[in-house]
Design a protein around this ligand. Structure first.
Ligand SMILES: NC(=O)c1ccc[n+]([C@@H]2O[C@H](COP(=O)([O-])OP(=O)(O)OC[C@H]3O[C@@H](n4cnc5c(N)ncnc54)[C@H](O)[C@@H]3O)[C@@H](O)[C@H]2O)c1
Length: 423
């Protein structure tokens, strides 16, 4: 199947207007007539009103979009050349991949795919998912055949929420296609809108694998440092000081201990381990890292309880403040935040919990408070490194503690001497 190079008449529809899809649709609209489609009508309305609750795009950026329409009406998907799927890829309660949203999005666009079209997947999946899960759905519903009538591609997203230094436009984009010609077309399609350029992978499975190992590598590196933090606590050595000393070597990687939540680093490795087990390989290192990182919330809660007991603070009915409930700093995303593990574990001790997070709307948790009172709490846990908390400083945060209360600093935001414990 041959393709003309993409040009300003190439019509692009992006399905899913979340953290990944909205900036992507916005970028494509600078070059191509673009549709931003989402099944969530409220999300589409919000974007049409010029607001993006994910904060991926500012109101000014939204207003400066090129040739773009937004819709939640399936019929509006008719007549596009390129369909790009950015549906979520969560895991279920058993840590198994849940490809249902991707399957449903694929089945939806299959009703509109015609001869000559290209369907590109951006959702993070395991190697082989595009060929094994998505292509059969497309072929069955369209009655067409891949690489004869239409082509598919995979181009993973690498954006980092809350990190304004790394956005879609300044990160090299990996691209791939189901045939030589479609790979070339897809690469050119992205190259036209991504100033950082592209890396054309040899095939879709390579591109899928590359994305999933990027986050698996980060997960394992953090797991190692988390394990070391637990060990150094037992050895009564300051982890931060050890990391600073080791970091003076040129090739020591700068990772720090912490909670690993969110929809990427804590989730993607399970996609890889699922696939590994499917082909009879038991992934020992990857799953060990996952176990360590998934246990850190309970570890933090236990550390705080221990510190409170050492100060003869009565645990039952103690009042504890958790500062931060998002999965990482300076973003409003609470999905799969491991702060919930701290909350649940402390609640099991029948403590009273308040959670304060200037990035999160009050309706997201019964424990959220909008204002803090001085001398109210037996313990304060600074769980997320929001810049607001850094700006407050340890002494101001101590002001919320009753006399003798415990300040625990999960992310080492403050000098060790100003807190009572940290990871
Ligand atoms: N958020 C990130 O920083 C990031 C970074 C890299 C990769 N990813 C990956 O990108 C994918 C999307 O992540 P996200 O964070 O943007 O998710 P998200 O939840 O923010 O957005 C997904 C959007 O897709 C919509 N949607 C669901 N089913 C749909 C359908 N059938 N048709 C149209 N829209 C549909 C949802 O309503 C939602 O608005 C995931 O696979 C994720 O792992 C995310």
């Amino acid at each position: 199947m041959d393709f003309d190079p993409p040009n300003d008449a190439t019509r692009v529809a992006v399905l899913g207007l979340g953290y990944v899809g909205l900036p992507l649709a916005h970028a494509f609209s600078s070059c191509y007539p673009t549709l931003g489609f989402d099944i969530n009508e409220a999300r589409v309305e919000e974007i049409k009103q010029g607001e993006d609750k994910t904060l991926a795009l500012s109101p000014e950026e939204l207003a400066s979009a090129g040739d773009i329409n937004y819709s939640h009406e399936a019929a509006d998907l008719t007549g596009y050349d390129v369909y790009i799927i950015t549906a979520p890829t969560p895991i279920d309660a058993q840590n198994q991949p849940d490809l249902d949203p991707v399957r449903k999005a694929t089945a939806l666009i299959a009703r509109y795919v015609e001869r000559g079209n290209v369907v590109i997947f951006e959702s993070t999946v395991y190697p082989g998912a595009t060929d094994e899960v998505c292509v059969p759905i497309l072929e069955e519903i369209t009655g067409l055949q891949v690489n004869r009538d239409f082509c598919v591609g995979y181009s993973p997203e690498r954006v980092n929420p809350g990190d304004s230094g790394h956005s879609l436009l300044n990160i090299v984009k990996v691209t791939s296609g189901s045939s030589e010609e479609s790979a070339e077309f897809i690469d050119a399609l992205y190259k036209n809108v991504i100033p950082a350029g592209t890396h054309r992978a040899s095939c879709i499975r390579v591109a899928e694998a590359a994305k999933v190992i990027e986050n698996t590598q980060r997960d394992l590196n953090i797991a190692l440092i988390n394990e070391l933090a637990v060990l150094f606590d037992k050895l009564d050595i300051d982890t931060k000081e050890v990391l600073e000393a080791a970091g003076s070597k040129w090739n020591f990687l700068p990772f720090s201990p912490g909670l690993v939540g969110g929809h990427c680093i804590g989730v993607d490795p399970y996609y890889l381990t699922y696939k590994a087990q499917q082909v009879g390989h038991h992934p020992e290192v990857i799953l060990a890292g996952r176990r360590i990182n998934d246990s850190m919330g309970i570890y933090v809660a236990e550390q705080v309880i221990r510190l409170m007991i050492s100060r003869r603070i009565h645990i039952l009915d103690a009042r504890i403040l958790i500062m931060g409930m998002t999965f990482k700093e300076n973003c409003p995303d609470t999905r799969n935040s491991r702060v919930n593990d701290i909350i649940d574990h402390l609640l099991s001790y029948q403590c009273y919990l308040d959670v304060y997070d200037p990035w999160v709307e009050g309706c997201e948790s019964d424990h959220l408070v909008q204002e803090l009172k001085p001398a109210e709490y037996d313990a304060v846990i600074v769980a997320v490194a929001h810049s607001e908390f850094v700006a407050m400083g340890a002494e101001a945060i101590r002001g919320y503690l009753k006399s003798g209360g415990v300040l625990y600093d999960v992310k080492h935001l403050f000098p060790t001497a100003q807190t009572d414990g940290s990871l």
